[in-house]
Design a protein. Structure first.
Length: 258
């Protein structure tokens, strides 16, 4: 089979959370470019509108759905809107997340709950709902949870984030184990340092640039560096993959472990 056929997503319907910018928007663009119809979900309606226009201009098919991933009613509505406009969602990318930089002794209960609920709880409930709908429609599908290398190792000031991402990795194993035989494959991607709007200024600073010393490829992740991993996990190319986490960090974990 040729690569173009192996990674072809024509006829698939994808839903991407946190898709108004950064990695989420890139994921949506890549899925659309390879044939999937895509529902972009995020809180920023104006950004979503621009994102959809960009995808459509490139020849893709997409809709915008405004929703907070912590709102269960909004979640159900997002799936309903996607189904009505595009069909049953058979690719779900759980990308929405928030970060923090608070030292452990200073993390408040409110901050802890917000980070963990967004990065862990929401991932589970969106995956659960997506799987339920795939199974009800008797449709084979793929769920990709966006984890982080901080789910394997930690750095100072990331206790809530790292804990949540470690949970995502373990959750992915559990869901993959339960759902694969029913035709729903659940996997994850664990990115390292990627340049996004949230951290662009910091990574461009002298302090941020020093982080590349721990990355064997010598740079931060850029647009396109996760395309291959995403397409592998959502397409027929990854048909025998379930419950695994693909690390995309420029070799950072290998260097740190020695």
């Amino acid at each position: 089979m040729k690569a173009a056929e192996l990674f072809d997503l024509k006829g698939r319907v994808a839903l991407v959370t946190g898709a108004s910018g950064g990695l989420g928007l890139r994921f949506a663009e890549v899925l659309a470019a390879n044939g999937a119809s895509v529902a972009l979900v995020a809180r920023r309606a104006d950004k979503l509108k621009s994102a959809v226009a960009k995808i459509e201009k490139a020849g893709g098919k997409a809709i915008a759905v405004e929703a907070d991933v912590l709102d269960r009613a909004a979640m159900n509505n997002a799936f309903d809107q996607a189904e009505k406009a595009l069909g049953t969602v058979t690719i779900l990318v759980n990308n929405a997340g928030v970060a923090h930089s608070t030292r452990a002794t200073d993390v408040t209960e409110e901050e802890w709950n917000h980070v963990v609920r967004t990065n862990l709880d929401a991932v589970f409930f969106w995956a659960q709902e997506g799987a339920r709908r795939m199974l009800k429609a008797n449709a084979r599908g793929a769920i990709v949870n966006i984890a982080s290398v901080l789910g394997f190792g930690v750095s100072k000031g990331t206790v809530a984030y790292a804990t949540a991402k470690a949970g995502v990795i373990q959750m992915t194993k559990a869901l993959g184990n339960e759902l694969a035989f029913k035709g729903v494959r659940v996997n994850a991607i664990a990115p390292g340092w990627f340049v996004t709007d949230i951290n662009r200024e910091y990574l461009a600073s002298e302090q941020g640039k020093k982080l590349t010393r721990d990355i064997p490829v010598g740079r931060f992740g850029q647009d396109g560096d996760l395309d291959g991993a995403l397409l592998l996990l959502v397409s027929d190319a990854g048909a025998y993959m379930a419950g695994t986490t693909v690390v995309c960090d420029g070799g950072q974990m290998v260097a740190l472990r020695g």
